[in-house]
Write a protein that binds this ligand. Structure first.
Ligand code: TUI
Length: 314
């Protein structure tokens, strides 16, 4: 059975995190993942603290395993959610889309394991120095807000730059990807897109269907001009946004075009105006399954690959 230092550090059975996907990763999904032996993570996204508090309550009612909260640092509510995770005694906090330096001391003092998502070596070094417990190294194959480097290139460099356990994210959806991440030096993997198809994931059925039917070239990156590149499924919305972006639409109009688009995808399944965030692995997600089965699949798949790896040694 695959184990790593992350399992004892966090009190989890398998070194598998579920990514903190805004609007998507709620208390129900997080609890299902934690019950399946991974680490379920509630996404704060752009939501106010009351929403996050409610989702923590839901997760706690469904599992007694450790859970995490992801704080998206561009959110106007980040400063309200930072103390909430202490009050609620959340076991793990992950952060994304920015620099969480100003919060780390207080979270550590409260006994929370702080695991920032990093997309560069510089940020990995800074977070190590400031007292993080582990790092998620996320490559640009991921869905949502993307960094510059790929997982293949980022993970080994982050592993070289830190003594902390590294969780690889971006482009991982099965046992082969997980095994490859371990070979790059990672102690765990985080998956977002694969969990979109979890039975316990409450996104609109149209969203799930789009993921399961997606092909290899189905995603694109928009938003570079405004400094927040985001990977999503190719849809009428993403094509229109891209056209506007490169056609010189003023910044404020471009921003208005994207407002509410995530909610329209997640809650309404709106193919025309919704923004369906997804990673490049969408085409590798083939069926709707319980979260616990997804975790078992990935772990047992990785085991098979790793056992077979000795054939390379002749
Ligand atoms: O955060 C993500 N993925 C996301 S966030 C999101 S919601 C959103 N809303 C508005 C604009 C953009 C996104 C959808 N998906 N992944 C983790 C991640 N963090 N990837 C890259 C980073 C990152 C980037 C810069 C982490 C640190 C960082 O530091 C920059 C600095 O020096 O402050």
């Amino acid at each position: 059975m695959i184990k790593s230092e992350l399992c004892s550090l966090l009190g989890i059975e398998y070194p598998v995190f579920q990514g903190g996907m805004a609007w998507i990763a709620d208390g129900k999904l997080a609890a299902a993942v934690s019950n399946g032996g991974g680490l379920g993570i509630i996404a704060a996204g752009n939501a106010p603290a009351e929403y996050v508090k409610e989702q923590i309550k839901i997760a706690r009612s469904l599992t007694d395993k450790p859970i995490g909260v992801n704080i998206m640092l561009l959110s106007p509510y980040a400063d309200d959610i930072a103390p909430l995770v202490i009050e609620e005694k959340v076991e793990v906090v992950t952060t994304g889309a920015g620099n969480p330096s100003k919060y780390i001391k207080e979270w550590n003092a409260a006994g929370i394991k702080v695991i920032p998502v990093v997309a560069s070596v510089a940020m990995a070094k800074l977070m190590t120095r400031l007292g993080a417990s582990a790092l998620v190294a996320e490559g640009g194959e991921s869905g949502g807000h993307v960094g510059e480097l790929t997982t293949m290139v980022l993970v080994p460099q982050v592993c070289d730059a830190t003594t902390l356990p590294v969780i690889a994210a971006g482009g991982i959806a099965d046992g082969r990807g997980a095994a490859a991440a371990f070979m790059l030096g990672a102690s765990g993997v985080q998956m977002g897109t694969r969990f979109l198809s979890a039975e316990e994931c409450t996104i609109h059925p149209v969203y799930k269907e789009k993921i399961v039917k997606a092909g290899d070239l189905c995603t694109m990156v928009t938003g570079k001009r405004l400094g927040h590149p985001v990977r999503s499924l190719r849809t009428p919305f993403s094509r229109e946004y891209s056209k506007a972006e490169y056609g010189g639409m003023p910044d404020d109009e471009l921003e208005a075009l994207a407002t509410g688009a995530l909610r329209l995808a997640v809650q309404e399944g709106d193919n025309e105006k919704g923004c369906f965030l997804a990673g490049q692995v969408a085409s590798m997600v083939k069926e709707v399954q319980p979260a616990a089965e997804i975790i078992r699949d990935v772990i047992s798949g990785a085991e098979t690959v790793l056992k077979g790896a000795s054939t390379w040694l002749g």
